[in-house]
Design a protein. Structure first.
Length: 209
């Protein structure tokens, strides 16, 4: 009986490890497809990841759950009702899912609910801005040095927040800016990780005898 239990435990562990590997692989493939504008492919990868692990969270400095990624892709292919459900689930799982909140706002605006949509967009933008401020200040002597080094993202957010605080914001420009921001943050995740890795490699090479 003990042998049977051990075999069952081993088999379950192997399956769990394979599933975890597949989810990670799907997430990376989905992100890459999203960044090059292949949104249909990205959607397929994120759907697969969500089915395998509905609670999956990607990233460290900026954390995003799988429902946020799925919602972004559904939004990008024009599946607004599905995107709204996924993005609402993402925000319900984590109230600090600021990128998902930004896309929820975009989804609502494009669906005709400008008032609530712009409110959600503003909240998402402020959250992203605050996350970047925290990363670059709290971790300025480590990985924070590699994030938004020219303040391009935070400056763009501030401009949009100023527009949103006006009486008649340019909705079409805000949609375009919001979509740019969502993609730009994803790019920054890759760029910051690349720059940190390159510096570590240079430091390691410099210490070799």
């Amino acid at each position: 009986m003990k042998a049977v239990n051990l075999v069952a435990f081993w088999f379950a562990a192997v399956l769990s490890g394979c599933a975890a590997f597949q989810v990670g692989s799907d997430m990376e493939a989905g992100r890459n497809a999203f960044l090059i504008g292949n949104h249909e492919a990205a959607l397929g990868y994120f759907q697969s990841a969500a089915e395998l692990d509905p609670g999956y969270v990607y990233g460290a400095a900026i954390r995003q759950n799988v429902w946020g990624y799925l919602g972004k892709s559904e939004y990008s292919v024009g599946q607004l009702p599905q995107a709204r459900k996924s993005l609402e689930k993402a925000v319900a799982m984590d109230s600090k899912e600021d990128i998902a909140r930004l896309y929820l706002g975009l989804t609502l605006v494009r669906g005709g609910d400008h008032q609530q949509g712009l409110k959600e967009m503003a909240a998402g933008m402020r959250g992203i801005h605050d996350q970047l401020e925290n990363i670059t200040q709290s971790f300025r002597f480590s990985f924070g040095r590699f994030w938004d080094t020219k303040r391009e993202i935070r400056s763009a957010i501030q401009s949009d927040l100023d527009m949103l605080s006006g009486k008649e914001p340019d909705v079409q420009k805000l949609i375009a800016d919001g979509e740019w921001l969502g993609k730009r943050v994803e790019e920054e995740i890759n760029l910051a990780r690349r720059d940190e890795r390159e510096e570590l490699f240079r430091d390691g090479a410099g210490r070799q005898p």
